[in-house]
Design a protein around this ligand. Structure first.
Ligand SMILES: Nc1nc2c(ncn2[C@@H]2O[C@H](COP(=O)(O)OP(=O)(O)OP(=O)(O)O)[C@@H](O)[C@H]2O)c(=O)[nH]1
Ligand SMILES: C=C(OP(=O)(O)O)C(=O)O
Length: 221
């Protein structure tokens, strides 16, 4: 049957404000956010237990870029906020009559492996379930039970919120599914696991670090 995964992404000019890494130039930040999300979505699409991956966004550039890749994009909720965006996506699928089993996947999992996602979906069985991030506080994946509503509780401390709302904690190791990237430290952790090609290429292009001073920075000095 397979899961329909909603991947919410903020407008590029608002996204990933904590991820001001010195490894990309400020003007490259939208490209970094896009690369993280594309690596996430393309990896998720390789999972055998995933039927389709749908991006939820109001950003015109992201909409065009994902559609060019053949990924369906749902319009964001008129009401701001991550949980509203997810409820809106869930509602749109229900209204179409195409809803099977919905899940929400964070858009910042650039080391994701389809096999880890398959492992989590298998462990969830048919129950409403969540996978916490590597710190144990956030949530990287939330799966609804069967054709039920998703009931997302994302935000600070969402792992606890999801557990307290009755969702089952998924306990497998799945390092690539738990490694969401909010900070430079997270980006290094994802890199150690192996980044997807888009994020990896963007960072490699900038190694050694971007030269903001105009003073030579390659080779020895
Ligand atoms: N479609 C949509 N996605 C959202 C919205 N708010 C947050 N998201 C997405 O939800 C995910 C989790 O949000 P955060 O981890 O807080 O990411 P962020 O807000 O981009 O990062 P910071 O600015 O560093 O807090 C990210 O993929 C966001 O792009 C929203 O209003 N609409
Ligand atoms: C919104 C969340 O993401 P993050 O921890 O990445 O901010 C969450 O985990 O619920």
């Amino acid at each position: 049957m397979g899961v329909q995964l909603l991947v919410p992404i903020k407008p590029l000019h608002l996204a990933k404000t904590r991820l001001r890494t010195a490894r990309t130039l400020p003007e490259e930040h939208p490209e970094l956010v896009t690369a993280l999300a594309m690596d996430t979505v393309l990896a998720a699409a390789t999972a055998e237990r995933v039927r389709e991956v749908l991006v939820v966004t109001s950003d015109a550039v992201l909409t065009r870029r994902f559609r060019e890749l053949g990924v369906e994009v749902l319009p964001d909720s008129p009401r701001a906020g991550l949980n509203a965006a997810l409820r809106h996506g869930d509602h749109l699928l229900g209204a179409r009559g195409t809803k099977v089993r919905v899940g929400a996947l964070q858009a910042d999992l650039p080391a994701l492996r389809g096999t880890d996602l398959d492992g989590a979906i298998a462990e969830a069985d048919s129950e409403r379930s969540y996978c916490a991030d590597r710190q144990g506080s956030g949530t990287t994946l939330l799966l609804a039970a069967g054709g039920d509503a998703l009931r997302p509780g994302f935000g600070a401390g969402s792992a606890t919120a999801h557990r307290e709302s009755g969702a089952k904690a998924l306990l497998g190791s799945w390092a690539s599914l738990r490694c969401d990237v909010d900070t430079e430290t997270d980006l290094r952790a994802a890199e150690a696991l192996g980044l997807g090609s888009r994020t990896g290429e963007l960072l490699r292009r900038n190694d050694p670090k971007p030269n903001r001073t105009g003073i030579g920075c390659s080779g020895t000095v």
